[in-house]
Ligand binder design. Structure first.
Ligand code: GDP
Ligand code: MG
Length: 442
């Protein structure tokens, strides 16, 4: 899978302190593939990759992150930023009724989304909402809006195929004003493809209605084609937002990036089912992960950035500071933290000098196995032995080895390692001890 490939590349890029032209090349190739597979339009992909490269090159890699991991972080952040940081809301702060004009190709989901938004505004924001259909070309479309508006618990303004869309819109607006509606949502005729006549019609609707929101509804499954549709609509109308529908399908939703890139308008909603409540506020960050199809790696980056279990680490630090002895229980906790991290190697590199040098030459699979064996050994000790390792003499060693299913030498090795670690902990406390001695000595 793609994420496996990326994971491998991330590994290969270990041990380099900077993102450079050469170490980033393979990684960017994979990201490019991921975007194309997600149906992001080619010019958008090119532009995006160039931007990421510019941001990434020469960037120093901080902390325990590796260049590959840092790059994934940059890609993900840039992707999310391109699709709109944070969450965009509808802007209905106008003299009521605020008009929402729905635009988009036939089948994109305009009528369905009209009802979804009506319900959302009614239920969440207690708005009084009126809907009207300007789709006079398909009689069934007017009926469809009537049905779904009823499901939304909003009011529907009747129209007929004999009327002109502009007439209908005017009548609905007058009605909405007279009856103190907060919002009027105007559903429009679909077009199968970009059509001059229909485009002129929606332009005249826009001019007459002066909408607070002009939403471009686009099918996420439309893929590469979305860019042309978006271009035509954004040239014809000042779009204020995008609704990306059918995200419940298995498309990776690359259209979001293309459409956002072309129109510059924020993506405000995502359609996630055919049902009336199948609408969500668009979440750019979550969607970035979906487009790249590499949620695992992004999670790994976050995990490594966040480091170990903070609670446990703090407790341990507290213990060292307060001067309580570092015992085998603490040693066990350290081992368990390493395992938890998944990225064992990054923790190893935080170890001081000689240990870190050793860690650099070690095969991580072997280390993980080794950690499990050590855990087994410590778990075969009694609580008293763990608190007082000096109690562990020959007889006890034999018993512990038998319990853990290892040789006595391995128990010895573990105890030796523990002593080294304990020595390090004592050194860390050394600063405090010196001060105390000075105080006492005057
Ligand atoms: P319009 O021609 O733009 O008005 O499109 P419609 O609202 O009539 O929707 C076309 C089809 O897409 C209908 O069958 C809808 O039920 C379906 N649809 C709309 N939005 C979604 C969505 O978010 N998810 C799914 N699965 N289907 C949707
Ligand atoms: Mg429709």
């Amino acid at each position: 899978a793609l994420s496996d490939k990326l994971a491998r590349l991330v590994k290969e890029m270990r041990g380099q302190a900077r993102i450079t032209e050469s170490n980033v090349q393979d990684m960017l190739r994979e990201v490019r593939m991921a975007l194309l597979e997600a149906d992001v339009a080619l010019p958008v992909v090119r532009d995006f990759i160039a931007r990421v490269k510019e941001k990434a090159l020469g960037q120093e890699v901080v902390g325990s992150l590796k260049p590959g991991q840092a790059l994934v972080g940059i890609v993900n952040r840039e992707l999310a930023a391109t699709m709109g940081e944070g969450q965009a809301q509808l802007n209905l702060n106008v003299q009521p009724p605020a008009v929402i004009l729905m635009a988009g190709l036939q089948g994109a989901g305009k009528t369905t989304t009209t009802a979804k938004i009506a319900r959302l505004l009614r239920e969440k924001f207690k708005k009084k909402v009126l809907t009207v259909s300007g789709d006079v070309y398909r009689p069934a479309a007017i009926e469809q809006l009537k049905t779904v508006t009823a499901q939304a618990g909003a009011e529907w303004f009747p129209s007929t195929p004999e009327q002109k869309p502009l007439e209908i819109a005017q009548a609905a607006l007058d009605y909405a004003k007279k009856h103190f509606f907060d919002v009027l949502i105007v559903d429009t005729a679909g077009r199968l493809a970009i059509d001059e006549v229909l485009m002129a019609e929606i332009q005249s609707l826009h001019a007459a209605l002066n909408p607070a929101e002009t939403l471009f509804v686009v099918d996420a499954m439309q893929g590469q084609d979305a860019i042309n549709t978006a271009k035509a609509f954004s040239e014809a109308l000042p779009l204020t937002g995008i609704v990306l529908t059918k995200l419940d399908g298995d498309s990776r939703g690359g259209a979001a990036l293309s459409v956002r890139h072309i129109t510059g308008a924020p993506i405000k909603f995502a359609g996630v089912s055919e049902k009336i409540d199948g609408i969500e506020i668009f979440d750019a960050e979550r969607h970035a992960g979906r487009i790249l199809g590499m949620g695992d790696i992004v999670a790994l980056v976050e995990q490594v950035s966040a480091g170990v279990d903070m609670d446990a680490a703090q407790k341990l630090a507290q213990k060292v500071k307060s001067g309580d002895g570092f015992d085998l229980n603490d040693f066990l906790m350290q081992l368990q933290q390493m395992k938890q991290m998944g990225g064992l190697s990054s923790l190893m590199e935080k170890l001081p000098g000689e240990l870190a040098a050793k860690a650099g030459q070690v095969d991580m699979n072997r280390v993980e196995k080794d950690v499990r064996r050590k855990e087994g050994i410590i778990c075969s000790m009694t609580p008293r032995e763990r608190r007082n390792p000096q109690l562990i003499k020959a007889q006890r060693k034999k018993r512990i080895a038998a319990g853990a299913g290892v040789q006595v030498q391995e128990v010895n090795r573990l105890l030796k390692e523990f002593e080294q670690m304990q020595g390090m902990m004592k050194q860390m406390k050394g600063g405090g001890m010196m001060k105390m001695m000075k105080k006492l000595g005057g």
